[in-house]
Design a binder for this molecule. Sequence first.
Ligand SMILES: O=c1ccn([C@@H]2O[C@H](COP(=O)(O)O)[C@@H](O)[C@H]2O)c(=O)[nH]1
Length: 285
Amino acid sequence: MSAENTAARPFGARLAEAVAERGPLCVGVDPHPELLRSWGLPVDASGLERFALTATEALAGSVAVLKPQSAFFETYGSAGIAVLERVLATTRQAGALLLLDVKRGDIGSTMAAYTDAYLADGAPLAVDAITVSPYLGFGSLEPALAKARSTGRGVFVLARTSNPEGHTVQRARDSSGTTVAQSVVDAAARYNAGAEPLGDVGVVVGATVGPGEVRLDTFNGPVLAPGFGAQGATAEDVRRVFGAGLRGLLPASSRDVLRHGPSPDALLSAARRAADSLAAILPSS
Ligand SMILES: O=c1ccn([C@@H]2O[C@H](COP(=O)(O)O)[C@@H](O)[C@H]2O)c(=O)[nH]1
């Protein structure tokens, strides 16, 4: 499952396998300063390292996907990026897939450089998948989509985000009445056409959004659903928004698991409770 050695197997296939083995819960590693303080750690690079490695060591052997939030590592400059590299190495060894939440998006030529940073074999920050923003135009993501496909990696395109500020842009409609969010999902679906069991191009749709806002019934890629836990969405909400049988659904929770640290056992128990609440309500997961 290592992000260093993925060339032969498509991301969608590796993800489907990981979820079948470990369940759909994706846990985020978000070293918020408040969480560092609540764990009794200093808010500096040494505290970041203790926090991030404790969480990773506790969780990466159990969850299908671990999602470090790049922003909280970048805060500490090169020392923070060095910690992120250790998180990536530790996660690979423990067998979870790595989704780096980094929300990149730029003109095509710069997007190609981001692609080399995160989706190229041998790059220091190579991961299994990244989050990307389509708001410079879906076509500007082409370098990332092409590299992901050729190296067995994935991308998750922001479609309908979990935050309330996303409504105005993402629910805007074009002349045919299609929302921006739906047009992102439809563009991603075209890249996944014919892929089995899942394509490599995922979308991000928050677990906090209204049911039916985005049609996913014919979408055959992974769907990252942040907002489960600290942002208020429950397992019941996940079912209400996505239904019980959506293939490739990855409900994601960060703070609601991490607040149980620093005990590794308590972190693992919190992740298991979250996973059990989903399993009770999404029987096919
Ligand atoms: O629509 C989105 C896209 C990404 N996120 C990210 O997910 C986590 C959520 O953390 P919680 O502590 O579970 O609220 C965070 O890294 C966000 O940047 C999102 O929330 N919504």
